[in-house]
Design a protein around this ligand. Structure first.
Ligand SMILES: [Zn+2]
Length: 628
């Protein structure tokens, strides 16, 4: 059962809690944090976070507080959304939505610890939130935090930035966090799982992961801290930047620093700027460039792109001059050729950091630099062209440069399906600069692909954020292509029942599950009738969660849309039931007549014949309830 309750919660307390969370939660607001939603009529649409798509089929209906994807058929209520997005059980989804709505969970009866009720993920979020508060407190401490605050000031950080990004200070000790209130409140094992502590290699025990570092909390779209990046304060410490290790909450390959604060501005400008370090992000925001984020000291992955392109049509990578022209660029070109989003590269003058650039040139120049950034392929072509021209007269060097470009393209080809137009543009640019005929470029490319016949780089499965949590079960049913009057009546009954479950009690007296003629309709009716009989009136979101077959979920959406536009559900229901009853009666009448005709050959007892005849006449007198 997907909707089971913790046994320590009494059903009514749990129900109240859940209801309070529902009342305080708006599905559009919650989903809007992870998906850029656009209004379309009474719905909102966006790119589905659960499957790859180019045009939006992911729909959020505020009136029903439901979401549904017409592409992958994922759907349900806000709890289901969080369960799919965060890959958690219902209980964790409830707790995280409660936290977002600032609703305290009910106290458990036997004086037990509330925290035990939340799953491990929720506990890890709690631990991070409290560690974050602890680090902030240390930074604010008059004496203890002074040196770190001075450093921030010399780097130009304002107090407001420090507050907005919740920057803190990790104590200069091996057991600072361990012996703090955080260490006392949470089990050391849990803190180690969350990457805040490390296990001693010998002798047992734990020690702090982050020591004497400026702490930058990494927050998700819901502003929840789930990891940290620490910048060293002492010259002799290494490395300069230290991230949380991979944990159940944190994976470098799909984490984006600053996304919570940048999201709104990214949606407005449809552009996101990706810089290298956390400090660059903080400074950019401080200068008013609020669509700036950072990936955490790692190469851009398909997962990063998948998250960013939900909000942006254009991703601009701001590269330091020294990496530009390297494998980093090849990697970006490869993404550009395979991902359905504009990816551009901006480069800074040599030896200039983004924050130095902002300081010297100001936000306007920065924005101009971003706006003028060439797409990744054009950027790469320019580098190639420059190298090729520089080697004029040296055929070997030119050959080498050409080969390298072709190699970069060949590696993109192995990784994922290629955008045909961009691919063609790439090949013709190589051909134009190197003056090698296009056919020959293609031939060399094919040769490279064969030579590099290593197993093709597995297309990175985009975890958590993008793939469905489990492969959707193969649908058992197909929906009828055309609606006959009968099917429309059945569909309307299902639709009204989904929106007004209290009307079922009347319906089930008049219509049986077996009377639904389409197999999919009948299957859904069976689940619905069962739910009503055993668990009571189902909430539509809950009901969608009970349907494992994607086609049945789609049917539920179609059925509710069918009746939503109609003003009076009671009236709709009466007409639909009337239609079915009328058909039933005429069917019975046909049977009766058949029996009568048969009776003429094998005479029934006289009274029985009279009764039958009377029945047929009664049927004929029933008012006709059918409506177009
Ligand atoms: Zn989908």
């Amino acid at each position: 059962m997907p909707f089971s309750w913790d046994v320590t919660l009494s059903t009514s307390a749990a129900g109240d809690f859940k209801q309070r969370v529902i009342d305080a939660t708006d599905i559009v607001e919650v989903i809007g944090r992870s998906v850029a939603l656009k209004r379309r009529g009474k719905d909102y649409v966006g790119l589905c976070p659960f499957h790859q798509e180019k045009s939006p089929s992911f729909t959020v209906t505020p009136a029903k507080q439901l979401f549904f994807c017409y592409g992958c058929k994922a759907g349900g209520d806000v709890f289901k959304f969080v369960m799919l997005r965060d890959r958690v059980e219902f209980k964790d989804a409830l707790y995280s939505l409660a936290e977002l709505a600032r609703i305290d969970p009910p106290k458990s009866g036997a004086g037990g610890n509330d925290k035990q009720k939340a799953g491990e993920r929720q506990q890890l979020f709690d631990a991070h939130s409290q560690a974050c508060a602890f680090f902030q407190k240390l930074l604010a401490h008059v004496e203890y935090g002074k040196a770190a605050r001075d450093y921030l000031q010399t780097r130009g950080f304002t107090e407001e930035s420090v507050k907005r990004f919740q920057i803190g200070l990790a104590p200069n000790a091996w057991d600072g966090l361990l012996t703090s209130a955080v260490g006392k409140r949470f089990a050391a094992d849990l803190l180690a799982t969350g990457g805040l502590l490390k296990r001693r290699e010998s002798g047992g025990g734990f020690y702090d992961t982050f020591r004497n570092r400026l702490m930058f909390p990494i927050r998700d779209e819901q502003n929840r801290v789930y990891a940290f990046g620490g910048r060293k304060l002492a010259e002799e410490d290494n490395p300069k930047y230290l991230n949380s290790p991979e944990t159940p909450l944190f994976s470098k390959g799909r984490s984006i620093f600053g996304i919570d604060l940048a999201r709104q501005r990214i949606i407005e400008t449809r552009t996101v700027v990706v810089v290298e370090g956390y400090t660059d992000v903080v400074m950019a925001h401080q200068y008013g460039c609020a669509n700036v984020v950072s990936i955490l000291g790692t190469a851009m992955t398909e997962q990063h792109v998948a998250i960013l392109r939900r909000f942006a049509d254009r991703i601009v990578l701001l590269l330091d001059a020294d990496v530009a022209g390297d494998t980093a660029v090849d990697r970006i070109v490869s993404l550009f050729l395979t991902q359905p989003v504009e990816i551009a590269i901006a480069s800074l003058p040599p030896d200039v950091d983004p924050d130095e650039y902002l300081l010297k040139e100001g936000a306007e120049s920065f924005n101009k630099l971003i706006a003028a950034a060439p797409d990744a392929l054009t950027y790469k072509t320019k580098l190639f062209d420059r190298e090729y021209q520089r080697s004029a007269g040296d055929m070997t060097a030119q050959q080498r440069a050409t080969d390298r470009f072709i190699e970069a393209l060949a590696s993109a080809k192995g990784s994922a399906p290629i955008d045909a137009m961009r691919w063609h543009a790439a090949l013709s640019r190589v051909s134009k600069i190197s003056e090698i005929p296009l056919v020959e470029v293609k031939r060399r490319l094919a040769a490279k692909a064969v030579a590099a016949a290593k197993p093709p780089p597995r297309q990175v499965v985009v975890e958590n954020e993008v793939s469905a949590p489990e492969p959707p079960p193969a649908p058992k049913y197909t929906l009828p292509k055309y609606l006959t009057g009968r099917l429309r009546a059945e569909l309307r009954i299902l639709g009204v029942l989904l929106l007004k479950p209290n009307l079922w009690h009347g319906v089930q007296r008049n219509v049986g599950v077996g009377e639904f003629t389409d197999p999919a309709y009948r299957a859904m009716a069976e689940v619905y009738w069962d739910q009503q009989r055993n668990e009571g009136e189902p909430d539509i979101g809950e009901f969608l969660g009970l349907l494992s077959d994607p086609v049945l979920r789609e049917l539920a959406m179609i059925a509710t849309s069918e009746v939503e536009a109609l003003t009076d559900p009671q009236q709709v229901l009466a007409e639909a039931i009337g239609y079915i009853e009328e058909q039933r009666k005429s069917l019975e009448a046909q049977k009766l007549e058949a029996r009568l005709r048969k009776g003429a050959e094998e005479p029934l007892p006289e009274q029985a014949q009279v009764d039958l005849l009377k029945q047929v006449q009664d049927k004929a007198r029933q008012p006709n309830l059918r409506r177009a």
